[in-house]
Design a protein around this ligand. Structure first.
Ligand code: LMR
Length: 340
């Protein structure tokens, strides 16, 4: 930051901080501002998509235009499998990948993929906001990543083209698309189904042309990516959690003046609360929209059916315990039991 800009920026902070009228955006030289490219793979009309835009808007207002967050949704810039390299090389500065996608580098993140790991969102948030995730954040530094926040997508549901899925046997012979995670592969092989990992932006086409005939995702992704156009059946199972790690490049973050980084971090904390509320609301609203459209047959599992499915998937914990780390798996089990 040049001296002139630091002075302007401090005046801006002193005279009221958040008010964009204090410093005119026109005064910020294009070449002097901090640009943060925030790349993600989902649609704008999702909790993550909207939160990224909200973060950008608030940051622009609160720094008088000195920090510009440019949001690139829908794998527009980088897709799954490319994003992490882009963050490392400095081609982008922020990402919010699903926890499952971190697991090729950091297998312990797969604990979020464990089937029926969380009985409700509050329990998931207890884990996300607690010491365990702080430990996982520390490990991210190995790759020069800095974990900034955790956002929700929601609970995953099953969709497929063959039959309504109610019990373990119904999954036999189906071919599911999964995110890159051994836990997710094991989950489907326990049920006698096949699972192929593929980037998010390829799923619509793969469902359409029959490369796979089933997938699991949250309502917002099923709805906004039009997966339901080529899937006949949706089972509301809430069998798995899908959440995001908001990530930056640690060296980049260190290069930001501390008073600016504080504004970004405070704003992100606020946006995180907002994002999780939106995720809950959108899940409900977009399910109603799917019901209204009537293109996909929706199956509601009874409590008993859900328990039977959970029981059928219990061996996954044992199978992947070594990969994730037995201690972490036990801690998740304790959180499940106590709601810690
Ligand atoms: C998926 O690949 O299915 C999801 O992780 C996409 C997302 O970011 O919600």
């Amino acid at each position: 930051m040049t001296k002139k800009l630091i002075v302007l920026f401090l005046v801006f902070l002193l005279l009221g901080g958040c008010s964009p009228r204090v410093i005119d955006e026109q005064q910020v030289d294009k070449n002097e501002k901090i640009v943060i490219k925030f790349s993600h793979v989902v649609s704008e009309n999702t909790p993550k998509g909207l939160a990224a835009i909200r973060f950008a808007d608030l940051v622009r207002a609160r720094t008088g235009g000195y920090v510009e967050v440019q949001v690139f949704p829908d794998s527009m810039l980088y897709k799954d499998g490319e994003e992490f390299e882009a963050l490392k090389s400095g081609a982008v500065q922020m990402l919010a990948p699903a926890t499952s996608k971190l697991s090729t580098m950091f297998p312990e993140w797969q604990l979020f993929d464990l089937p029926f790991a969380f009985p409700d969102m509050t329990t998931a948030h207890t884990l996300m906001d607690g010491p365990l995730v702080q430990e996982l954040f520390t490990d991210l530094q190995e790759q020069k990543f800095l974990g900034l926040a955790m956002w929700d997508s929601g609970f995953k549901q099953f969709t497929n083209n063959t039959r309504p899925l109610r019990k373990a046997e119904d999954f036999q012979g189906l071919h599911f698309r999964v995110m890159t995670s051994q836990v997710l592969k094991a989950q489907f092989s326990e049920l006698g189904a096949q699972a192929s990992a593929m980037p998010f932006n390829d799923v619509y086409q793969a469902l359409k042309n029959g490369t796979v005939d089933a997938e699991e995702n949250t309502i917002s992704n099923i709805y906004t990516q039009n997966f339901y156009h080529s899937q006949k059946y949706l089972t509301l199972s809430n069998h798995g959690y899908l959440g995001y790690v908001v990530l930056t490049n640690a060296d980049f973050w260190k290069s930001i003046p501390p008073e600016v980084a504080k504004i970004l971090e405070d704003t992100l904390r606020e946006v995180t609360i907002w994002e999780r509320e939106r995720a809950g609301e959108m899940d409900q609203k977009q399910l109603v929209a799917l019901e209204r459209e009537g293109k996909i047959e929706i199956t509601h599992l009874s409590q008993m059916e859900r328990l039977q499915l959970q029981k059928a998937l219990n061996p996954v914990y044992e199978l992947l315990s070594k990969e994730i780390g037995p201690d972490l798996v036990n801690r998740v089990k304790k959180i499940q039991e106590k709601g810690e």
